[in-house]
Write a protein that binds this ligand. Structure first.
Ligand code: IVH
Length: 702
């Protein structure tokens, strides 16, 4: 037997087995034998691709080759639908159509499946291409992934040239099951449509095959006009006999129910017959049924049944004039996508952001909405100029939910740039996300500092993202640890920053030194350590930085993994991120500055220190042996009820004077402000050496 003959024979044999199994649930061979034959065919096809059948059963198995999804031009118009939100609007569509035609019309009513629009192209009965809607003219060729779907015939019983339109979707139960099995919460899809869209674009069809996508077909286009069935119902019936899945929940509207029933049975289709006057009842029934369906629908589609009328009515730029979609809910808001900007987050994550026409939504006007990542844009097939529906997810971050209308400028799906827009480093791909891998990327650094200072973390009130940006660009602040050692004297030269802002800034920074250790821990922005997990760490024995770093240095992932709610992955991520030299430098810098590195420090400071400086106003000058940076001294004063200021005025009661320091000391002397040395101060706060202090052993200060 020649190679070609063997391939032919295996192909034939496996096709019979697959058909029996998928269509009737009957296994004609053992699993082992089936796998053996499949493996053999895969091997032969690999060596002799010229002999592979276009509808080879191996296509169902998927492959590990990387899909490219080339853009291809549709040969049929792949348009969207006009929308209606009320029964009246649908009835209006019925009557206006009948009026326009000047004769009787009938309408098919189908469920509007909330899935991915797909066109299957067959040549001489062979599936040649499966193409996404794209912009209606150009879509992506996703054939290898679609070929793994058992509901898509790879070949037809007749050698037809046809294009078939339908919806690829995932049943709700499968979505819930697959999502529950995804351990990484951030990777879970928001709804069945998103998961289906992601699957259609999996780079390896061997992965796509694991998601049980299915497809209902609802339109067929015959290249040969003579072979085109007589009306929409006959098209559906024909598609069914050709092996396509047709949604059995079909309804048909005519002047009266009998006429409707007759046309359905003429075409050999099951379905519900309705008179036009039943429309509101029908919509009520379907609305009630909606939640109980195994798949998600977002509306109903009403289509003129007569094909010659369809041809006469034609199309607008966006939709056919012979169909209308009744939508269950009005979109939350419609906006036009003006452009896409690219943000770089503190972790390097690249986020595309939609710039939209100002749109009222939930009481506010939104101008921007997140687009998450490239995959999300691809799934939406989103292009600049498209009309989109925007919602506020969980009522906070506006998100682009779907494309309502494609742009008429011919723009194709947006692609993220290949370089970081900030530092021009080549963007890398991690999972479905894009990252700038440069830890020193200015946008990342600014993001980390702003996160550290944010209200939810160290809460340095006046150090918001804008100020961080200003200080970074001025070269004053270049890292988190800089916050406590930077020379802020030039701050007042910056636009919008006066003496008062400087004082508030310094005060905010000092106050942050008292934040509890758990807050310090989460403010570092290390992977997996948010506010909650930082608290959990502390409660489970990791109540000091040293304890954490010791475990990290032993690479003791298990110690972290054992914490309830953490697990292996979290353990590994903690060890990995705390091993980073950059993070370690930050930690050591902060330790030196005096932020809490041990939960024990939190306890001594919970307001139970004697408030010995209460009512006093302190200023400091010069440098100190025990307080480096000197903000530490200010912290000691504030902890004991004193107020601190940055310059000596008549209101100042004490000047803590270290080595050096000129003008402040002179001013204090002039104003008669009490000058306190470092030794005296240490004594006062109970940290002095026994023998230090003044000669008569008395504290002179207070
Ligand atoms: S007919 C030219 N029928 O809804 C006719 N569309 O908002 C075009 N859809 O892009 C479509 N179920 O992806 C039609 N039974 C159905 C449908 C359906 C879902 C989707 C389709 C289309 C979108 C329009």
């Amino acid at each position: 037997m020649s190679i070609k003959e063997e391939i032919d024979r295996l192909t034939e044999e496996l096709k019979v087995y697959q058909d029996k199994y998928y269509k009737e649930g009957v296994s004609l061979v053992s699993d082992n034998e089936y796998d053996r034959l499949t493996d053999r065919l895969i091997a032969l096809e690999k060596e002799h691709p010229e002999f592979q059948h276009p509808d080879s059963p191996t296509k169902r198995v998927g492959s590990d080759l990387t899909n490219e999804f080339p853009e291809v031009r549709h040969t049929i118009p792949v348009l969207s639908l006009d929308k209606a939100y009320t029964d009246e609007a649908v009835l209006d569509f019925f009557s206006k159509s009948i009026q326009k035609e000047g004769g009787a019309l009938s309408f098919a009513a189908e469920e509007k499946i909330d899935g991915i629009s797909m066109v299957l192209y067959y040549e001489k009965g062979m599936l040649t291409r499966a193409v996404t809607r794209g912009n209606g003219e150009i879509g992506n060729d996703v054939t290898p992934n679609i070929m793994t779907m058992r509901s898509v015939p790879l070949s037809l019983p007749e050698a037809l040239d046809i294009a078939v339109r339908g919806e690829v979707y995932l049943e709700k139960a499968d979505f819930i099951r697959l999502n529950a099995a995804e351990p990484d919460e951030t990777k879970r899809a928001a709804n069945p449509r998103n998961l289906a869209a992601g699957t259609v674009r999996r780079q390896k069809s061997s992965e796509a095959v694991r998601v049980p996508l299915t497809m209902y077909c609802y339109e067929g286009f015959w290249a040969d006009a003579d072979k085109t069935p007589s009306d929409h119902l006959h098209i559906l019936a024909k598609l069914k006999t050709l092996g396509f899945r047709i949604n059995p929940h079909l309804a048909f509207f005519d002047a009266d129910r009998d006429k409707a029933r007759r046309k359905l049975s003429d075409a050999g289709l099951e379905g519900d017959a309705y008179a036009f006057s039943d429309l509101d009842a029908f919509i009520r029934i379907k609305t009630a049924e909606r939640g109980g369906l195994p798949y998600e629908i977002d509306g109903l589609v009403f289509k003129i049944n007569e094909l010659d009328v369809r041809e006469r009515f034609g199309y607008t730029e966006h939709h056919p004039r012979w169909a209308i979609a009744y939508k269950f809910e009005a979109p939350q808001a419609e906006a036009k996508l003006l452009g896409i900007t690219v943000q770089v987050g503190r972790t390097g994550r690249i986020t595309p952001v939609a710039e939209i026409t100002p749109t009222k939504l939930g009481g506010s006007t939104i101008r921007r909405a997140t687009l998450h990542n490239q995959e999300y844009i691809d799934e939406l097939e989103l292009a600049v100029g498209d009309t989109v529906s925007v919602s506020k997810r969980g009522d906070v971050i506006p998100a682009v939910e779907s494309v309502i209308e494609k742009n008429s400028e011919g723009n194709t799906t947006y692609r993220l740039p290949s370089e970081c827009p900030c530092c021009h480093t080549q963007i890398i791909q991690v999972g479905g996300l894009q990252y700038c891998p440069n830890y020193d990327c200015p946008d990342q650094v600014k993001g980390r500092i702003a996160y550290f200072a944010s209200a939810d973390q160290m809460d340095i009130e006046t150090l918001g993202p804008r100020t961080v940006e200003l200080l970074y660009d001025a070269g004053i602040l270049r890292s988190i640890e800089d916050i406590y050692t930077a020379d802020y004297s030039r701050v007042t030269d910056l636009p919008g920053m006066g003496e008062k802002s400087l004082r508030l800034l310094e005060k905010g920074i000092r106050e942050s030194l008292g934040r509890p250790f758990a807050v310090v821990l989460s403010s570092l922005g290390a992977a997996d350590i948010g506010k909650k997990s930082a608290e959990i760490l502390v409660r489970n024995g990791f109540d000091s930085m040293d304890k954490i770093l010791n475990a990290v240095d032993r690479r003791d992932t298990a110690a972290f993994a054992a914490i309830p709610g953490f697990g292996e992955l979290t353990g590994e991520r903690i060890v990995e991120s705390f091993s980073s030299p950059s993070l370690r430098a930050t930690i050591e810098g902060l330790r030196k500055a005096g932020v809490h590195m041990d939960a024990a420090e939190d306890r001594t400071e919970e307001g139970n220190l004697p408030q010995i400086f209460s009512g006093e106003v302190w200023c400091i000058t010069g440098s100190f042996h025990s307080f480096n940076p000197r903000t530490k001294a200010l912290k000691e004063i504030e902890k004991r009820g004193g107020r601190t200021v940055s310059s000596v005025t008549s209101k100042t009661t004490h000047l803590l004077a270290g080595e050096g320091g000129g003008s402040k000391r002179a001013e204090a002397e002039r104003l008669g402000v009490k000058i306190v040395t470092e030794e005296e101060f240490l004594e006062a706060i109970g940290k002095g050496e026994e023998e230090s202090g003044n000669e008569d052993g008395q504290l002179l200060l207070f």
